[in-house]
Design a protein around this ligand. Structure first.
Ligand code: SF4
Length: 84
């Protein structure tokens, strides 16, 4: 059996974004009440779907215009194509 390297979906999507976007996301999330934040498990699920989606280009969803790391991190936000 070959070695299998598991890539964190949150990291792989984050790696496609400039640092200022990630700082903006962190600032937004720091102001959001805990109950409005997506759990790590659900965030992995959401970003896994974005990662395989042809609407995502450089971390931006072409359907809604949002950075997916921000949209997916807010619990009550939805994928505009209902993929999550
Ligand atoms: S359409 Fe949905 S799954 Fe695709 S990039 Fe946008 S938010 Fe992600």
């Amino acid at each position: 059996m070959g070695d299998m390297v598991r890539t964190c979906r949150i990291c792989s999507v984050k790696d496609s974004l400039p640092d200022d976007v990630l700082r903006y996301r962190d600032r937004l999330l720091s102001m959001l009440p805990e109950e409005q934040k997506t759990s790590e498990k659900e965030l992995e699920n959401r970003l896994g779907k974005c990662e395989c989606c042809d609407k995502m280009v450089d971390g931006t969803c072409l359907s809604c215009g949002c950075y997916v790391v921000i949209r997916a991190a807010v619990y009550d936000k939805q994928c505009p194509l209902h993929l999550w």
